[in-house]
Design a binder for this molecule. Sequence first.
Ligand code: HEM
Ligand SMILES: *[C@@H]1O[C@H](CO)[C@@H](O)[C@H](O)[C@H]1NC(C)=O
Ligand SMILES: *[C@@H]1O[C@H](CO)[C@@H](O)[C@H](O)[C@H]1NC(C)=O
Length: 523
Amino acid sequence: MRHHMQSHGGLTSIIAVLVLVLFMVLVRLSITWWILPLRAQRKLRKKGFGGPTPSFPLGNIMEMKKKSNVSEVSSLKQLMTHDIHSTVFPYFAEWQKLHGKVFTYWLGTEPFLYIADPEFLKNMSVIVKGKDWGKPNVFKLDRKPMFGNGLIMTEGDEWVRRRHIITPAFSPSNFKEMINIMVESTKRMITKWVDLTSSGHAELDVECEITATAGEIIAQSSFGIGPQECTKVLQKLRALQVALFKTNRCVGVPYNNFMYPKHTLEAKRLGKEIDELLMSFIMERRKSADTRNEPRDLLGVLLQESHIEDNKRLKKKLATRELVDECKTFFFGGHETTALALTWSLFLLALHPEWQKQLREEIEEVVGDKEFEVGMLTGLKKMGLVMHEVLRLYGPAPNVQRQARGDIRVNDVIIPDSTNIWIDVVSMHHDPTLWGDDVNEFKPERFDGDSHGGCKHKMGFLPFGFGGRMCIGRNWMMMEYKIVLSLVLSRFSFSLSPNYCHSPSIMLSLRPACGLPLVVQPL
Ligand code: HEM
Ligand SMILES: *[C@@H]1O[C@H](CO)[C@@H](O)[C@H](O)[C@H]1NC(C)=O
Ligand SMILES: *[C@@H]1O[C@H](CO)[C@@H](O)[C@H](O)[C@H]1NC(C)=O
């Protein structure tokens, strides 16, 4: 009897402990997911930031989804307008009307400060410099399979170290080698197009073609790998992008990964497979590395840097794991954005044959029958104007993100520690108060003699981000852009296919949702 009582008592106390533990976990969770966000919300409100009212635990996600849904119906498929902000970011367009150009909104339990006012951005960036900005933890975690811990995602002293090691890889002294790679890949694409158009003209999905070529270029110029291996990596990267960005996910909601385990596991698996492929390229190169020769590609430069063994520079070394993440970042960041800039350019040039003609004349004058060389790039001035106008109207990078590391005082308001910051570049690039009434017209001449294109504010034009963290590959991109466009324009003319449907949409980058079918005619 006594024995029975005792075990009964033991059971009760175990249950009591369990209940207590459960209670404590609940208290903790509600503090991190409810009380702390609520306090942050109060703080932001008190400091004068308005915004839509969030609910627990989704924040404003439901509203964002509902609004995206509506826009699909009333989208601009028939109207070929460049006024795209309310199509690609319907919820931000709506909230701007109610709350102005700086306000707060919530992804799950994560507070975001929305900014579409370049003056506010300037005031903020005067106070916080490149190294002191964070990148949102919530995206870092979510996008780990894609970017790992590469340069885009690092911060603080670690970012300084990485940026310092990687910068030489993008110095113009390495560009000569790259030009040959770019010319050769583009010529292969042109040969294919010549075959396809041998009957006179043909309709091609130009987005698809250019993306493949840009992929080949980055594969060869960053790793020295050929088209076949490159295709393997690219296919996996594309699948990963779809798994991460195409589905309606709830980033920011606690444990949101459990809401769609299939996609989460798939993204993890693809990320790992890409890592393994890249790792095998790197190991092979480490084995055969001949550091006396001039490096031929980005990986070569990074490997050479990491061979320098004297004590003073030992800190510069990148571990293999870090190399994988950097290479993955180049691979993805380096081909898709450039391909999209070229794609949107061909779209706009198809709509504006007069600009096609002008560029062709310039190419004839500057390049002619000669082989491409670095010196020609600055000579292609009109092409530079077109490029800037395309990056304004259809910039491949639709937003820039940061996270506060510490309270930031801007004028009289305080942005609390850990607040995420979302800079709406599409909005600023299409804002008539910054650019004038012709903001939604394609007018490359606005950049003639003015690198800000007549924008009223220096921080209103941000195709490559801002401050110390600005895109490291922008000169590289300009080189690739001018080479590919020159070669292609001097061989073909382009017009829009009746099958094109105008639906710019966001899948991390700004892309034509139904591709870009163009009628291509050899000259
Ligand atoms: C049209 C082409 C491109 C666009 C629109 C673009 C845009 C951007 C933007 C908006 C950022 C973020 C800047 C910020 O947070 O302030 C960025 C960063 C970066 N980009 Fe690009 N990019 C392009 C081409 C490239 C290329 C060709 C490469 C490499 C081969 C590249 C590599 C990177 C890297 C490594 C970073 C991170 C820099 C850092 O955080 O220090 N990008 N880019
Ligand atoms: C919104 O989406 C739901 C489900 O995704 C769909 O059933 C509904 O028809 C959509 N509504 C509109 C207006 O497109
Ligand atoms: C930016 O700072 C200037 C000078 O301190 C101030 O006059 C202006 O109102 C600020 N603008 C914004 C949008 O915060």
